[in-house]
Design a protein around this ligand. Structure first.
Ligand code: C5P
Length: 222
């Protein structure tokens, strides 16, 4: 099978990164978590104590930010200027501010360029919000992964509890919904299903069942 580009987009906590990582491992492809990149930029702005609503200030920070990935279990490691920030970029503060930062034109341009560069010469599974529509519009496989807001919040709630967080299910449900609204309504590359993407609703499905379903889709296309 010729190496392909596989784009997996969808709303917050739909299971994109879990599924994308398993698929990439099984196919021997590179896995690119584009949400992690926007999270690193957000972390950099927060650390620099920049006003998140100050687009110019966030933009000026971009040339100082280097983002890299390394393999890791159970999650891929993410580095900001060679410092491992894998856990820190998942903090509630970063999550709360990331949609504002990712709405800025210069931020999107820089991240899109980096994502295309990584995808240039290998098979890739890339997950995000605008991969099928903007980053890799020529991707051979495009999946739009969705699940009910309640189920997505519940999955995140269970993960958070395991980490000792005391955010309530209702708070998480509200935050997930708010982030989807911001990501869907921004001017540049909003969260949207590409016309040629296949929608997969994972509500009530196990991880394994979702992987098998997407592998079936890939086999039909390849
Ligand atoms: O996927 P994750 O929840 O980690 O993404 C964090 C945020 O990064 C999203 O809520 C969105 O604002 C932004 N994002 C984006 N475009 C992508 C991936 C993520 O704007 N391709």
């Amino acid at each position: 099978m010729v190496a392909m580009q596989i784009a997996i987009d969808g709303p917050a906590s739909a299971g994109k990164s879990t599924i994308a990582k398993i698929l990439a491992n099984q196919l021997g492809y590179i896995y690119v978590d584009t949400g992690a990149m926007y999270r690193v930029v957000t972390l950099a702005a927060l650390r620099a104590q920049i006003d998140i609503n100050d687009e110019d200030a966030v933009t000026q920070l971009l040339p100082t930010i280097q983002i890299t990935f390394a393999p890791g279990e159970p999650v891929q490691r993410v580095y900001y200027n060679e410092q491992d920030v894998t856990e820190e970029i998942r903090s509630a503060t970063v999550t709360k501010n990331v949609s504002a930062v990712s709405s800025y034109a210069a931020v999107r341009e820089a991240m899109t360029n980096l994502q295309r560069l990584i995808a240039q010469d290998a098979g890739v599974v890339m997950d995000g919000r605008d991969i099928g529509t903007t980053v890799l519009p020529q991707a051979q496989v495009k999946i739009f992964l969705v699940a009910s807001v309640h189920e997505r919040a519940l999955r995140r709630f269970k993960e958070n509890q395991a980490k000792g967080s005391n955010e309530t299910l209702a708070e998480i449900e509200q935050a997930v919904q708010h982030r989807d609204e911001l990501d869907s309504n921004r001017a540049i590359s909003p969260l949207r299903k590409a016309d040629d993407a296949i929608k997969v609703d994972t509500t009530g499905m196990s991880i394994d069942a979702v992987v098998q379903k997407i592998k079936g889709i890939i086999t039909n296309i390849a």
